[in-house]
Design a protein around this ligand. Structure first.
Ligand code: DOR
Ligand code: ZN
Ligand code: ZN
Ligand code: ZN
Length: 391
């Protein structure tokens, strides 16, 4: 097939360090196959599938199962994230070494969704990760400071009767883990940075030589707690949407490289878990099929990033952080390519029901967004073309 790329932008295939596929356990909301399709349509050639499945991905049997299911789907490389602690319970380290050496060759470990709250356990995980050459990703929430919290602190949360999820609950544990990572001479990755203060802490840690990297989600770049005015649970997410000045700082930090990359935190949920009271709704929103457009809207159209920068935050840096040698860089002559072709100016209207995901919980429903992924190639084979999965 000849692809006419006139007026389009060619990028290395995107890499998502933070995706929730719901297999095993909640295949009613997403499977590895449907999530892979959503990823390919969003321009991704590799995703890291978070460990908070049921059962939890805390052993070699589950991570190898996830890896093989991804290979069967054949649309993106599905790299399983291993749990840091058994059952994500934060009590006992999982067998990181066994998972790292399994067929799936787990490269990233995280208790995302929950948190390694115990500092001694986190220090041991970091020390061990250095020996294994893997990276620990921190969900960036001190759970003892977010008990009962449902939203960013402030007026909107107060009206709901909540004290809120304060910025300090994120910043205190990020600061702690930067110090622990420095102590262990380990590599730390900070998930979904959401506050201005966390960006300051990251800058401080990087300046003093800590091997820390960080991601920001598309929704924390664009959306703010103003969205809470209607208390529509589609906007409920962990960490919560914060203020416009936080979002502005996050965009600047991403442009400067203080925050390394964009990661979706793609979190599919069933209708009944979102179409309900705010307090009983599950946190999280879809991201794979809208990430590029949100980056174009918030970073490219504002002049904060050029397309070279988009390649850096969507592909190169996440591939480096996740230890992928086959993604996130220009191809060598003769090498099968992982590539994404983007029509930068065309706008489209978001319709959750049209996504490849089983779930439809997008906060962007009905919005017109710029930037269309017109083709995705995995190792030289077209996986998505003009909004459809290539058969
Ligand atoms: O909003 C979120 N949803 N944040 C998380 O950390 C977990 C995720 C999920 O699994 O739904
Ligand atoms: Zn790969
Ligand atoms: Zn998280
Ligand atoms: Zn997550």
């Amino acid at each position: 097939e000849v692809i006419d790329a006139g007026g389009q932008v060619l990028l290395p295939g995107f890499v998502d360090l933070h995706t929730h596929l719901r297999e095993p356990g909640r295949e009613d909301t997403e499977t590895i196959a449907t999530g892979s399709a959503a990823a390919a349509l969003g321009g991704y050639t590799a995703v890291f599938a978070m460990a908070n499945t049921d059962p939890v991905a805390d052993n070699a049997v589950i991570v190898d199962h996830v890896w093989r299911r991804g290979q069967e789907a054949g649309l993106v490389d599905v790299h399983p994230v291993g749990a840091v602690t058994v059952g994500l319970k934060g009590e006992k380290l999982a067998e990181l070494g066994t998972m790292a050496k399994s067929e799936a060759q787990v490269k990233v470990f995280s208790d995302d969704g929950l948190c390694v709250a115990d500092p001694l356990l986190m220090r041991r995980a970091l020390e061990y990760s250095t020996a294994l050459g893997v990276v620990i990703a921190q969900h960036a929430e001190e759970p003892r400071l977010t008990v009962g919290a449902q939203a960013h602190e402030g007026e909107q949360a107060a009206r709901l009767g909540y004290t809120g999820w304060p910025a300090s609950a994120e910043e205190s544990i990020v600061a702690r883990d930067c110090l622990l990572a420095q102590h262990a001479n380990a590599r730390l990755h900070v998930c979904h940075v959401s506050t201005s203060g966390t960006a300051d802490i990251l800058k401080w840690a990087k300046d003093r030589g800590t091997k820390v990297s960080a991601e920001v989600t598309p929704h924390h770049l664009l959306l703010t707690d103003e969205r809470l005015a209607t208390y529509d649970p589609v906007n409920k997410v962990n960490p919560p949407l914060r203020t416009e000045s936080d979002a502005e700082k996050l965009r600047a930090a991403l442009a400067e490289g203080v925050i390394d990359c964009v990661a979706t935190d793609h979190a599919p949920h069933a209708v009944q878990d979102k179409d309900c009271e705010w307090s009983s709704a599950r946190p999280g929103m879809l991201g794979l099929q809208t990430a590029l457009s949100i980056v174009v809207e918030t970073m490219v159209r504002t002049g904060l990033l050029d397309w070279r920068g988009v390649a850096r935050v969507m592909s190169e840096r996440p591939a480096e952080i996740g230890n992928l040698s086959d993604h996130g860089r220009p191809i060598e002559v003769g090498e099968p390519a992982n590539l994404t072709l983007v029509d930068p100016d065309t706008e489209w209207t978001v319709r959750g029901a049209e996504f490849a995901s089983i779930a439809a919980n997008t906060p962007y429903e009905g919005m017109r967004l710029p930037g269309v992924v017109t083709a995705t190639l995995l190792r030289g084979r077209i996986t998505a073309r003009e909004g459809k999965i290539a058969s």
